[in-house]
Design a protein around this ligand. Structure first.
Ligand code: ATP
Ligand code: MG
Length: 581
């Protein structure tokens, strides 16, 4: 597999540009700490040669003090370099995390149906973490170490040309082997990360379904499957690490061989009286520090391999473009909206039709009761109006505007939806009503609550608006969740309200509250109510019955009620709630 160098470079430039000054400081410190490694052995050489030649104690003391001082400077430089590279790494990766999270939120529902949240977490968190080193140190370290190698070779040549030639050849060979090994591990890291993503995905899905798993006694099965996923992950990671170790192993062996070579050459030159003992020491020392940069380069390249898998997957994510493309004008009109389905056909996967040739018009201010058995396509109609997906054929118009010509943010202001299962978040009741928008004042919220007739209910909660909801809104019933959702919707003052009634049974108190709130909500607005209960159906002006994604019947409620042959009349006779709930 080819490492996508161009993509690396683009990412690097994009995320380091805002951190220019810090990154430059970090680069300077890293290079300085590398350069300082070359200085110290010269002092030792001076020390050894002065000592063997019987030099003065004063010179030796100066050399020793200088050596200590240089070591100290080197440490301080190295520590500062580390600090700044961590800093740069975190800033750059957090920026990337934010970008990726926003990008995923913007992608359409088709994307989210194919990715579990666990997999997304793995992409946004783990993959990005793998890039941290790449952002902060990679280029500087590779560059710095290449300079260090070149510098060391120059010094070795200056000592003795034969030594220079021998070690140049050796360094060249080592680098060549390293470059060859560069790409070996990429696919292994990639599958390892994928296995991790599967574990997260599995866990997330099962945790979300804890209740159902318990009630159906499926724990042993879930445990078994989880075990299998974990085993798989261990195997993949083990394989990736083995490949990794092989690279390190080869490198360690070469280092040992290198040292042996230096000792042999040094001894031979010293023995033939060609060099001093100090120079022999310097040769051994430099060959060893020659190896450090080589090793660092491999380490960096290995990080690059790991990052390679991550970058490929991040790029894959970025290549997923939303199928729902915004129009450029906010053209859906204000006020109560006309809804028009113009021969709409839709399939979630592009093939299996869930809606076929759905064609109807609902005039502004009218309320449509949408009925049908489970799976008939009722919620799908709601999702399409909301542009969570685009129609496969035909068009949907709101107030005469094709919703594809408007932008999604605007449509979501003009259309309010209360879903079947209202999603609540950990936070206070207030946060859940305003979606954490602190510019909405308590007075505004209370006014809406009063209008919807929910004052007593809110006051009855342990701390009113400040009542803390646990995660996913546990502690509120589905009906109560919908009451909060009504408030959310009402705050936005939409021209069309879609209500997907909870199919679970409601307690009588909540039911009365919902009835009242729905009445207020629908005043002067167009409404589509996906109904499961008779009481809700009775406020509809028109009735539409869906069957297998088609309109089986559509007409005025009063007319259909009095036509004994209509499906609606028959439904009422059999008992609506028995059939639909
Ligand atoms: N995200 C999805 N991907 C693929 N198919 C889907 C998706 N959501 C729903 N479907 C399918 O589309 C069909 C219609 O689903 P829809 O949710 O619109 O039914 P519904 O009428 O709202 O049913 P209910 O009364 O149970 O809420 C069903 O066959 C369902 O399996
Ligand atoms: Mg539904």
């Amino acid at each position: 597999m080819n490492i996508p160098l161009k993509q690396y470079w683009e990412l690097l430039v994009k995320y380091l540009k805002p951190l220019k000054r810090r990154a430059a400081l970090m680069a300077g410190l890293l290079l300085a700490s590398i350069a300082l490694q070359i200085v110290n052995p010269q002092i030792i050489r001076y020390f050894i040669d002065t000592a063997t030649e019987g030099g003065s104690g004063r010179s030796l003391t100066i050399a020793a003090v200088l050596f200590l001082a240089m070591a100290l400077v080197q440490q301080v430089t190295a520590v500062s370099a580390s600090y700044f590279s961590e800093d740069v790494a975190w800033k750059a990766t957090n920026h990337l995390r934010r970008d990726l999270a926003m990008y995923c939120l913007d992608l359409d529902m088709t994307f989210h149906n194919t990715m579990t949240p666990g997999e997304l977490i793995e992409r946004i968190e783990t993959d990005v973490t793998a890039l941290a080193n790449f952002f902060s140190q990679f280029t500087v370290r590779i560059l710095g170490n290449l300079i260090l190698i070149a510098g060391t070779l120059v010094v070795l040549f200056a000592e003795d040309w034969r030594v220079g030639v021998a070690f140049s050849l050796f360094a060249g060979l080592t680098l060549f082997i390293l470059a060859k090994m560069r790409s070996i591990a990429v696919p292994y890291w990639r599958t390892a990360h994928e296995a991790s993503a599967e574990v997260f995905g599995f866990l997330e899905e099962r945790l979300a379904g804890t209740e159902d798993i318990r009630t159906s006694g499926a724990e042993p099965y879930v445990q078994h499957r989880f075990g299998a996923h974990l085993d798989n992950r261990v195997r993949r990671w083990q394989r990736a690490w083995w490949v990794n170790f092989s690279v390190i192993f080869v490198l360690r062996e070469m280092r040992a061989f290198n040292l042996l070579l230096a000792l042999a050459v040094g001894y031979w030159l010293f023995d033939s009286n060609l060099i001093s003992l100090g120079t022999a020491y310097v040769i051994v020392y430099y060959t060893d520090i020659l190896f450090r940069p080589l090793e660092q380069i491999t380490q960096q390249l290995q990080d690059l391999q790991r990052a390679g898998g991550s970058i490929i997957r991040i790029q894959e994510l970025y290549q997923r473009t939303s199928k729902v493309i915004d129009g450029d004008s906010a053209s859906v009109p204000t006020g109560s909206l006309q809804v028009q389905f113009d021969h709409v056909t839709f399939a979630y996967n592009g093939e299996d039709r869930v809606l076929s040739d759905v064609d109807f018009t609902l005039q502004p201010g009218k309320v449509l009761g949408l009925l049908g058995r489970t799976g008939a396509g009722k919620s799908t109609i709601a999702r399409l109006i909301f542009r969570l997906y685009d129609v496969t054929e035909g068009a949907i118009r709101l107030g005469g505007t094709d919703i594809r010509d408007d932008n999604q943010v605007h449509i979501r202001q003009r259309v309010g939806m209360v879903t079947q299962d209202v999603q609540l978040f950990r936070g206070t009741v207030r946060d859940n009503i305003t979606f954490f928008d602190s510019t909405i004042s308590d007075e505004t919220i209370m006014r809406v609550i009063d209008t919807l007739g929910l004052h007593a209910w809110i006051e009855g909660l342990p701390n009113g608006l400040d009542t803390e909801l646990e995660h996913s809104g546990k502690g509120l019933s589905a009906g109560e969740g919908q009451l909060l959702a009504f408030t959310r919707v009402f705050l936005r003052d939409p021209g069309l309200v879609i209500m997907d009634e909870a199919s679970s049974r409601l307690d009588p108190v909540t039911e009365t509250l919902i009835e009242r709130a729905v009445d207020r909500l629908l005043e002067n607005r167009t409404g589509i109510i996906i109904a499961h209960r008779l009481a809700t159906v009775e406020r509809a002006d028109e009735i539409m019955i869906m069957e297998d994604g088609r309109i089986a019947e559509h007409g005025e409620r009063v007319v259909l009620e009095h036509d004994p042959d209509s499906r609606f009349a028959q439904l009422l006779k059999v008992g609506l709630e028995e059939v639909l709930a």
